[in-house]
Design a protein around this ligand. Structure first.
Ligand SMILES: O=C(O)c1ccccc1NCC(=O)[C@H](O)[C@H](O)COP(=O)(O)O
Length: 227
């Protein structure tokens, strides 16, 4: 988990061929297909297979699951052949490592951040997850654990080990992603609500705007660190 990773832009919760094509055309590095039934971005396996067939070889396909067991995850991998699994529930480090082993795919583990005390979890997943995604902690009464369009306090990440790569998410959008990248210097960014016109309805123009802004900001950070 400590090796440098190329900057990755992930568009999560795509559910139609048109918006997937918008993300692919704009250069998304990763696309997320959401298998959590309570999510407004939920896709059936049939729809996911249709979208994955369009995306394969053009971007990394990420299957997002919440607190699944290994058998179920392995069946999904067999049926969909995603490049990654994203674990967005309360999977422990041991469960994360076991899912990675059983499913035979790299895993991205999402961790909810609301305060400095939440950063302690990051070290616990070293060796268990291939990538860490730092997301805003969901509201207490939330029906699902991600995709709420709320940022967390990015200044908290100053307390993180600078050698620890992470992807950033939570309330990012085309207008704030450059500032977020400049402040936190993540290895990638992930967005859902910020490129939508309504929950679950992705907006092709906002997807393109987000990717352009993130790409430009990541290049500026890269140039700055080489100067
Ligand atoms: O997006 C969802 O509906 C969702 C449901 C259940 C678990 C995770 C979910 N989303 C995870 C993501 O990867 C989102 O991109 C991330 O939480 C950021 O979301 P947003 O703040 O809406 O950009």
């Amino acid at each position: 988990m400590n090796a440098p990773v190329p900057f990755a832009i992930k568009i999560c919760g795509l559910s139609t061929p048109e918006t997937l094509e918008a993300a692919l055309g704009a250069g998304a590095d990763m696309i997320g297909l959401n298998f959590h039934p309570k999510s407004p971005r939920f896709v059936t396996l049939e729809r996911a297979r249709e979208l994955a067939a369009m995306a394969r070889g053009r971007t990394a396909i990420v299957a997002l699951i919440v607190d699944w067991d290994g058998r179920r995850a392995a069946e999904l991998v067999e049926a969909l052949k995603p490049d990654w699994l994203q674990l967005h529930g309360s999977e422990t480090p041991d469960e994360t490592a076991a899912l990675r082993r059983v499913a035979g795919r790299p895993v991205m583990k999402a961790l909810g951040i609301a305060g400095a005390e939440d950063l302690g979890a990051v070290a616990a997943y070293r060796g268990a997850a291939d990538r860490i995604l730092l997301d805003a902690k969901p509201p207490k009464d939330a029906a699902f654990p991600g995709g709420h369009g709320r940022p967390f306090d990015w200044s908290l990440l100053a307390g993180l080990d600078p050698a620890q790569p992470f992807m950033l998410s939570g309330g990012l959008d085309p207008a704030n992603v450059a500032q977020a990248i400049g402040l936190t210097r993540p290895a990638g960014v992930d967005v859902s609500s910020g490129v939508e016109s309504a929950p679950g309805v992705k907006d092709p123009a906002r997807i393109a705007e987000f990717i352009a802004a993130a790409r430009k900001a990541a290049a500026a950070v890269q140039e700055g660190s080489q100067a």
